[in-house]
Design a protein around this ligand. Structure first.
Ligand code: GDP
Ligand code: MG
Length: 597
């Protein structure tokens, strides 16, 4: 296919503004799927995506569309909107020449609209603003166009007006894509350079690698080389997603698709790598991607110790499909052998954990998440810490530094006062305010990341009754008066429950935490004291009273089925428990740290 008849674009937007629904319409209107195979948000095929109604993974799809006597091939990528998945978006943008910026006709420009639009501008893409949901009973189309011009600085005079749900304006949208988005450059006869922009593991075929050809042509049976590791493979299958996998004989410049080499070894394929031909290799690889920095860490331990190797294999598989997370083996006195895993944010962590349990069927104990810290030691050495248990004796620390994020809120002006108070309670530093119209404003703060990631989004949503949105990025590390808060259960230090807190809030946090743990840890045959301590100083204490009788004693003599049910229930409850000395601690207790604000 000649590059002049190819268009590559991403669909970007704030969450819920209708990206996936617009993708459905593009598939429908091009005839790639018919009404029968149609299913809302058809590209969101991961279990977690369908369950939560959000896009987690970017999807690349090729459709054909006749226009002025020519068949055009449109390759598009539906992307996730949530802040944790910026990395997915930025990778997708690098494989395109244009982007559809979808904006809800009522909600207007929101925090991730701005963040994603800037990323597209930075990537040098042609951006087509699309006002979606024009079928809503109440819309603010004119104001939304103004917001696009004022906040993002894009010309919105020729913004498209569509309803992805009702199928209005889709043809115009496709025509605009063909007319306005530049065709890919690149010569079919040049030395092959194809960008690996994603990959996944298929149990039957091994690794499926997603590529976008930049220069040259790749054909079935070619011997190819992944430039990073210089590993050589034969292309067994080449294809495109239309939206289901369809094989092709070759992919030329500007085309996106997949290749299968039959490699079952994970770890050979890297997102951002360049594929070239072994016989006629390119001299320079493509620029690739910046490696994202994981900012949230937690421990993941198999409940059943024999699952350790299985968990490692599953984590490798996950890494292949999501290069933005990381893991390394670690051991804990109490939890045994497990992994320290790094994520881009809390939602990312939840999604990975859920995917592991669903797709891999491994039951996990997950420890409370924490952000990374830097320690400047008295010796002058600077170390990065991603586990509170690693914090050394305070005597050896010169400076304790925490990550600082720049947070951008877009809110109704009526909620500004409350949000500003919340930010200052959380050690935020005010930066700027900009009014976006009569009753909305953009507010910028710099604030410790630890004060944002756990519940800031929920707080914002409840204060603004859903109308406020936020986005953040880490801008650096800053010294703060931080201490490690230890938890002792029946006199034993449970390192997996340790957290790092600001000294000012240590006592309040300690009290809240032991109280929460008292609720989460079941009663035992003996008394279980729970203490919070900084170093050797105990700052809070609660006691779980001993059980008085056996639970089954509650049942009347003959009621066997009830007794069985009770025992069954106990067994299920046990599934997610870990034994610490004599005390059993359930999974939920490890996460109490999050709730004990
Ligand atoms: P995404 O997060 O940007 O991918 O958004 P989705 O495509 O998942 O859509 C979010 C919600 O908006 C869904 O409930 C859709 O049914 C709804 N939606 C999408 N497009 C339209 C539209 O044009 N009109 C209306 N009324 N609702 C829409
Ligand atoms: Mg979506």
């Amino acid at each position: 296919m000649k590059p002049e008849f190819i268009r590559n674009f991403s669909i970007i937007a704030h969450i819920d503004h209708g990206k996936s629904t617009l993708a459905d319409q593009l598939l429908l209107k091009s005839g790639a799927i018919d009404e029968r195979t149609y299913q809302a948000q058809i590209l969101d095929d991961l279990d977690v995506e369908r369950e939560r109604g959000i896009t987690v993974k970017a999807r690349a799809v090729a459709i054909k569309y006749p226009y002025k006597g020519q068949i055009y091939q449109l390759n598009f990528i539906d992307t996730p909107g949530h802040v944790d998945f910026h990395y997915e978006v930025s990778r997708s943008l690098a494989a395109c020449e244009g982007a559809l910026l979808v904006v809800d006709a009522f909600q207007g420009v929101q925090a991730q609209t701005v963040a994603n639009a800037y990323a597209a501008i930075e990537a040098g893409l042609e951006i087509i603003p699309v006002i979606n949901k024009i079928d809503l009973p109440v819309t603010r189309i004119e104001e939304v166009c103004e917001e696009i011009e004022n906040v993002i600085g894009l010309d919105a005079s020729n913004a498209l007006r569509v309803s992805a749900k009702a199928g209005i304006g889709i043809e115009d949208c496709i025509e605009a894509i063909i007319q306005r988005i530049p065709a890919p450059k690149g010569l079919p006869d040049a030395q092959l350079r194809a960008l690996v922009f994603d990959s996944k593991y298929d149990d039957y075929r091994g690794v499926v690698t997603y590529i976008r050809v930049v220069d040259g042509t790749i054909r079935k049976k070619d011997r190819i080389r992944f430039m990073r590791g210089a590993t050589v493979h034969e292309v067994i299958e080449l294809g495109q997603f239309c939206p289901f996998m369809e094989t092709v004989e070759e992919l030329g410049p500007g085309q996106a698709g997949y290749l299968i080499t039959g490699v079952k070894v994970l770890g050979n394929i890297h997102v951002g790598d360049t594929v070239t031909l072994q016989g006629n290799p390119a001299s320079e690889p493509l620029p690739g991607y910046k490696q994202p920095k994981q900012m949230v860490f937690c421990g993941m331990y198999p409940i059943d110790a024999t699952d350790f190797e299985k968990l490692r294999f599953e984590l490798d598989k996950m890494l292949l499909n999501d290069a933005s997370f990381s893991f390394a083996p670690e051991t804990s006195d109490a939890l045994g052998f497990g992994f320290r895993c790094g994520f881009l944010g809390m939602l990312h962590m939840e999604i990975i954990q859920q995917r592991l349990e669903k797709e891999a069927d491994v039951d996990l104990i997950q420890t409370a998440p924490n952000v990374t810290y830097q320690l400047l030691k008295r010796t002058g050495e600077l170390v990065t810490i991603d586990n509170p248990a690693e914090v050394p004796d305070s005597g050896s620390i010169d400076e304790f530094r925490e990550p600082i994020a720049r947070v951008t809120f877009i809110l109704p002006t009526a909620s500004m006062g409350t949000i500003m108070q919340l930010c200052s309670d959380r050690r935020g530093e005010y930066k700027s305010t900009e009014f976006l119209g009569r009753d909305r404003a953009q507010l910028v703060y710099e604030m410790p990341l630890a004060e944002i990631i756990y519940d800031m989004h929920d707080k914002l949503k409840s204060i603004t009754r859903g109308y406020g949105t936020m986005d953040y990025e880490v801008v650096g590390f800053k010294a703060a008066d931080l201490v490690k808060l230890d938890i002792l259960v029946k006199g034993n230090l449970v390192e997996a429950l340790a957290t790092i807190v600001h000294r000012q809030s240590a006592e309040r946090r300690g009290r809240a935490l032991v109280k929460k743990l008292k609720e989460e840890i079941p009663r035992h045959q003996f008394e279980v004291p729970i203490q919070a301590a900084i170093g050797s100083r105990v700052i809070a204490r609660e006691t779980i009273q001993a059980l008085r009788k056996n639970v089954t004693a509650k049942c009347y003599g003959g009621d066997i089925s009830r007794k069985r049910k009770l025992l069954q229930k106990q067994k299920e409850g046990k599934k997610r428990m870990k034994q610490f000395g004599e005390v059993e601690i359930p999974q939920k207790a490890f996460l109490s740290v999050l709730e004990a604000g």
